[in-house]
Design a protein around this ligand. Structure first.
Ligand code: PTJ
Length: 248
């Protein structure tokens, strides 16, 4: 038995653990109520994917790790769902690729910003950006546009998990290389990304870290080849095919 009162070999263990974490996130004031609905939508896609990392998603996670290792200033963006589901795993990924962590919310309130930053620190983050909010993403309504000028504002590569399409597009318009984690291959965020990862964030983030740890110390040319060989539209098509037909 672990975090939830179920044995880990229960067939629905991962799904029920995820629900439990999101519910706990809402109770702790870090996840929005809308986050519950977003989770439900994600779960439906995950069910159709067989609740597993399909091969094209694993390739995307490897390409993402390579892209993060190549970056000058990578930033991992964290919202209320991400914080509830994978706080320690985000801290581990940031350490593996030397990235900043920035809280960036769709439904931004100072209270939730503070609660999420505290939650990330509880899980080992030294520095959490997002609270200064001295930068703006152009062409987005006020609250959602707030970023730290020396965080997402200055980033060359940004990981944006479970993001809404408008902001994903606005960030991409700024010329940033976007890595999106989203179980819906048809979502605007996934379609906008340079590297779309169609996988559950609870599997995707630890797998990106594992790839990053394996690739650490590789020549830049090797990392660049991994990035160049990855084709986002192929990964999206493979995920859609897997969802529609069960094929991988
Ligand atoms: O914490 P905030 O205020 O920033 O709000 C965060 C949410 C997620 C509520 C907000 O960004 C939102 O409403 O997002 P959407 O537009 O519902 O998009 C969320 C996307 O994430 C959907 O396409 C879901 O399929 C996908 N998704 C949900 N859960 C997971 C997921 N993708 C990967 N792993 C998941 N566990």
């Amino acid at each position: 038995m672990s975090e939830i009162d179920l044995p880990e070999d229960h067939p629905r263990y991962a799904s029920l653990l995820t629900r439990h974490r999101i519910e706990a996130g809402v109770e702790k004031g870090i996840t929005s109520k809308q986050g519950l609905i977003a989770q439900g939508r994600g779960e439906a896609f995950d069910y159709l994917l067989g609740e597993q990392t399909i091969p094209s998603a694993d390739r995307a996670e490897r390409a993402a790790a390579a892209q993060l290792l190549l970056a000058d200033h990578p930033v991992l963006s964290v919202n209320g769902n991400v914080a509830a589901l994978v706080a320690p795993e985000i801290v581990a990924l940031a350490a593996a690729v030397d990235a900043d962590i920035e809280v960036n919310l769709f439904n931004r309130t100072e209270k939730r910003m503070e609660a999420i930053a505290a939650h990330l620190r509880e899980h080992g983050a030294d520095e959490v950006k997002g609270l200064t909010a001295d930068g703006r993403i152009p062409n987005l309504s006020h609250e959602r546009a707030k970023v730290d000028a020396d965080g997402i504002g200055a980033a060359d590569v940004v990981v944006v998990p479970l993001e809404d399409g408008d902001r994903a597009e606005a960030l991409a318009d700024l010329g940033k290389t976007e890595i999106v984690i989203d179980l819906n291959p048809l979502s605007r965020s996934a379609q906008t990304a340079a590297i779309p990862i169609v996988d559950n964030i609870i599997r995707a983030v630890p797998n990106m870290t594992a790839h990053a740890e394996e690739l650490q110390g590789s020549e830049s040319e090797t990392l660049q080849t991994i990035v160049d060989q990855f084709v986002g539209s192929d990964a999206l098509a493979a995920a859609e095919e897997a969802i529609r037909t069960g094929a991988q």
